[in-house]
Design a protein around this ligand. Structure first.
Ligand code: NAP
Length: 247
């Protein structure tokens, strides 16, 4: 993969999909800024692993829903490296329950964690990347933002909103040289999907044309492509990484 930029910030990168995005982008030569919120030991171990493999990186603690902390982190990156070339808004949570039992705070909590955090990051990235007339953002949305899912009214709203928001950012960013795209993973084997019962997991797998859950690295390689120079004519798009579950 070819990158004209030099560094990337990945939110929620201490584990799961975010950690593999950091591994893959570091292996491709980018300096990776590994954001964590609550598990410094995981972020530090990942950084050590990346350095042992010859990659470059740093760890940065903030809660992606906290505007002041997010802005401070981006400022620190710019102070260190002179620019922020790429951003991956990956931090996310679920809080599944049927809509009839969903309290307002169950809904707004997931919207805040998934969509508002990506808004803060995208807006701040656009500000700093515009100055260099260069940059790219990938937002990690979800297949359920495209097709909906029972028990996930809050999560699907956050991810569908992320897709629409990214398209609007893409329209505002284009004249400034900043691209915005989404990936929409299907079911990926991480802590998030570990919560599914064996029965639910088997029923999902049966419906996936490629007959398996994806790996975090399947998502990471899609993200790498969208950030790279090979995707320099792609903005406002959505890359499905779902084994064919939703076409
Ligand atoms: P995961 O294993 O649960 O990891 C989520 C990560 O996000 C954790 O590192 C978590 O940090 C971090 N995070 C959550 N809220 C945060 C906040 N406010 N500030 C900073 N970090 C925060 O989940 P995953 O499966 O890797 O998912 C990563 C992304 O992919 C999410 O946006 C998810 O919605 C999306 N996705 C996942 C799947 C799937 O099947 N796994 C499918 C489609 C989309 P802590 O360690 O502090 O909790």
């Amino acid at each position: 993969m070819k990158f004209s930029g030099k560094n990337v910030l990945i939110t929620g990168a201490s584990r799961g999909i975010g950690a593999d995005i950091a591994r893959v982008l570091a292996s491709m030569g980018l300096k990776v800024w590994i954001n964590y919120r609550s598990k410094p030991e995981l972020a530090d171990a990942l950084l050590e692993e990346i350095r042992a493999g010859g990659g470059e990186g740093a760890v940065v603690k903030f809660d992606a829903t906290n505007e002041a902390e997010f802005i401070e982190a981006i400022n620190a990156i710019i102070q260190s490296d002179g620019e922020l070339s790429y951003l991956v808004n990956n931090a996310g949570i679920t809080n599944d329950k049927l809509a009839l039992r969903m309290k307002l705070e169950d809904f707004t909590g997931v919207i805040n964690a998934n969509l508002t955090s990506a808004f803060i990051g995208s807006r701040e990235a656009l500000k700093v990347m515009s100055k260099k007339r260069f940059g790219a953002v990938v937002n990690i949305a979800s297949i359920v933002g495209e097709m909906g899912n029972a028990g996930q009214v809050n999560y699907s709203a956050s991810k569908g909103g992320m897709i629409a928001m990214s398209k609007s950012f893409a329209k505002e960013g284009a004249s400034r040289g900043v691209r915005f795209n989404c990936v929409t993973p299907g079911f990926i084997a991480t802590d998030m999907t570990d919560a599914l019962s064996d029965e639910v997991r088997a029923s999902y797998e049966a419906n996936i044309p490629l007959k398996r859950f994806g790996n975090a690295s399947d998502v990471a390689h899609g993200v790498a492509f969208l950030l790279s120079d090979y995707a320099s004519y792609i903005t406002g798009d959505v890359l499905k990484i779902n084994g064919g579950l939703y076409m």
